[in-house]
Ligand binder design. Structure first.
Ligand code: IVH
Length: 659
């Protein structure tokens, strides 16, 4: 039993660390190790030296140069349950009678990336090495030089002559989503933030995506002239050298306070821009740390208290093929509903058909679904041992467009698309959604359901028809008089738009909001843009040959020009001559407005904010940047305070907007 378990863990270590292709979830892996530790604890005569519980899980990557750590780089003991945290870490400290200082414990976040050891001599970065087997690590200096967070030279006074900085290289949730989007093109996907970090760092050639990585320091290895200070003070000193240290570090004495810290971050980790998989509790006093020492694998003065798994198994029920605005077909997987951390999940995008082949997915398969906060739910792998021919069937890739029945094509990246353009109902509906969206025209009260009704009842055939809507037409679709009033008022009041938003609203292929901004900044007016050529377009940041051709294709098409002309008859484009739109206070900020205003007219305020590229929302959420408050603000102000959202009063607004 024990040998089988050891072999199993070794096998999964190899798949995880060497091949970067885990077969089981992190949680399942941790459970295996906990089981083995438990068995080994109860059988004392066992030779444990070669057991995976006795060495750091990492295995050296085979082809990099190995370098010895000056001080061994250990792992951390893990716990998942409050009672185990108490029994395995807190309670054994009680009889030692050492918990005297009020800052006895230091609590930190546990970042989910890859450990790194950075050696600085006289303040200069000499090398960066992975943890490896804890004694020798791989030299990945070339790669870490691309990570901007890692200082190449330390700043300040009294820098130790030799210091090993220990910390975690990680990737933000935003960069992770971006990376996976980019990697779709080459038919590769990272299952989670940690495997993305490992994947990028193990590449031999400097990769352009390495700059997406970040670094937080959480301690030191070797340090010349041992500083007789606390761990938290040490981190602050390191911070003063220019080394990034995460902001959420707290010291506590009481057990209950540690648990409160754990629960707070368990609840709120979704709001963090990076993924964490638990907290780390350390004894703060460096002298006591030294006295307690280490076991072969982990220090006795620290423990990781991990959050429950963010992965669940489910059964794939069906795959639905969705047609996007540009005709790209996106498969969506529907599976038996699972609850991950309190949220019901029953579907996940498969991005494109390549993902179906990459995962080797079949209907009826047992799949592992992961959800990490803001990271989009994702099928990370298929458990194939559960598969038989009778309980699974292949996924039929469509040959005709599910919306308009026209023949589907594949582009050079093997991505399926419908070429019918806005004649295809699904593409047209998605274009209208894009047109009215916050980043484009930002027209309120028109949601997806309404757009579908308008299209299905032949009330709109182009975006311009939205402005032709009237009460008589809207009465045909049964949406209630109140709604009709709101919609018509919103369309009637809609008169002005910034040039960049107008460009974005056109829905030109590959033109996102940033490129639209760059185009607006470069050409200044619609006329100049419409008469541009490839050479002009290539001067703009973010535009390569392919995008330039897409733009030309669009602006050389007579139908599009007619469309633009008709739009400009309905809508005024506001040009921002001095281009300060990009660095204004509200640029791309999410704003909620509440209360009554005296000096500024509410509708004028909204217009002004929209022109400055702010996004206006009706409800407070963690994504909101500012709450603008008039008198009698209601409960939004309390919600904003609870979410630590900045509040701006009328007098602040007058100043900021120079009204
Ligand atoms: S302290 C002697 N602090 O978690 C070991 N580790 O599962 C000292 N990690 O190998 C490690 N955040 O790569 C420490 N705030 C933090 C951490 C942290 C993430 C990683 C680290 C470690 C792994 C153990």
């Amino acid at each position: 039993m024990i040998n089988k378990l050891r072999q199993q863990i070794q096998y999964h270590n190899y798949r995880y660390y060497v091949l970067n292709k885990p077969e089981i979830t992190d949680y399942q892996y941790d459970q295996l190790v906990i089981k083995l530790e438990h068995l080994e604890k109860n059988i004392h005569y066992l030779n444990k030296q070669t057991s995976p519980t006795q060495y750091v899980g990492d295995i050296l990557l085979n082809n990099n140069k190995k370098i010895k750590h000056k001080v061994p780089m250990l792992s951390l003991n893990n716990t998942f349950k409050v009672k185990h945290f108490y029994k395995n870490f807190f309670a054994p400290l009680l009889p030692l009678n050492i918990m005297k200082e009020k800052n006895f414990f230091c609590c930190e976040l546990k970042f989910d990336g890859m450990a790194i050891n950075l050696l600085y001599k006289n303040g200069i970065l000499i090398h960066g090495i992975t943890r490896g087997n804890g004694y020798f690590g791989d030299n990945i200096t070339n790669n870490i030089l691309c990570i901007k967070d890692i200082p190449k030279r330390l700043q300040g006074n009294n820098i130790p002559k030799i210091i090993e900085i220990r910390g975690e290289i990680f990737i933000s949730k935003q960069n992770f989503n971006f990376l996976n989007k980019q990697y779709l093109m080459i038919n590769k996907q990272f299952a989670n933030t940690r495997s993305a970090v490992v994947g990028l760092l193990r590449l031999h050639n400097k990769n352009k995506y390495l700059k997406l990585l970040n670094f937080f320091c959480y301690g030191v290895g070797y340090i010349e002239n041992f500083l007789n200070k606390s761990h938290i003070e040490l981190l602050y000193i390191l911070k003063s050298y220019g080394i990034p240290v995460a902001q959420y570090i707290h010291t506590y004495k009481n057990f209950q306070d540690i648990i409160k810290f754990y629960r707070f971050f368990k609840r709120n980790r979704y709001k963090l821009p990076y993924h964490i998989d638990g907290i780390v509790i350390k004894i703060n006093n460096l002298y006591i740390q030294q006295k307690l020492g280490n076991s072969t694998k982990a220090p006795k003065w620290a423990i990781a208290y991990k959050f429950p798994s963010q992965e669940q198994n489910s059964i794939l029920k069906k795959v639905y093929f969705k047609v996007g605005r540009t005709g790209i077909i996106t498969p969506i997987a529907f599976f038996e509903t699972i609850k991950i951390l309190g949220v019901n999940i029953s579907y996940a995008t498969l991005y494109n058909i390549n993902e179906i082949f990459r995962l080797d997915l079949r209907i009826g398969d047992t799949i592992v679904v992961q959800r990490c906060g803001d990271v989009i739910p994702k099928i990370i792998h298929v458990i194939k041992i559960n598969r038989t021919n009778s309980n699974t069937s292949p996924i039929n890739i469509p040959v005709l467009c599910p919306s308009c029945n026209s023949k589907l094509y594949k582009n050079i990246n093997n991505i399926l698309y419908c070429s019918a353009g806005y004649k295809c109902k699904a593409q047209f509906i998605n274009y209208i959604k894009h047109f009215i969206s916050t980043e484009a025209m930002n027209i309120n009260y028109i949601g997806t359901k309404l757009i579908e009704k308008l299209v299905n009842n032949n009330l709109i055939f182009s975006a311009i028809d939205l402005f032709q809507l009237n009460k008589k037409k809207l009465l045909k679709i049964n949406i209630g008089e109140q709604n009709i009033k709101k919609i018509l008022l919103s369309l009637y009041n809609f008169k002005e738009i910034s040039f960049s938003k107008f460009l974005f609203a056109l829905g030109i292929k590959d033109i996102g909001i940033t490129t639209a901004n760059n185009i607006a900044k470069h050409f200044q007016t619609l006329e100049i843009f419409l008469s541009s050529n490839v050479a002009d377009l290539l001067k703009i940041s973010g535009i390569g040959k392919k995008t330039a051709n897409n733009i030309l294709f669009f602006i050389k098409d007579k139908n599009n020009i007619d469309y633009i002309k008709m739009l400009t008859k309905k809508i005024n484009i506001i040009y921002n001559k001095n281009n300060n739109i990009y660095n204004n206070f509200f640029y791309q900020k999410n704003v909620v407005i509440t209360g009554t205003f005296f000096i500024i007219q509410r509708s004028k305020l909204i217009d002004k904010l929209k022109l400055l590229n702010a996004n206006i929302f009706n409800y407070i959420s963690s994504n909101i940047d500012y709450l603008i408050v008039g008198t009698n603000p209601g409960k939004k102000i309390i919600q904003a305070k609870n979410n630590q959202i900045s509040i701006l009063y009328e007098k602040n607004i007058i100043k900021i907007l120079s009204l």
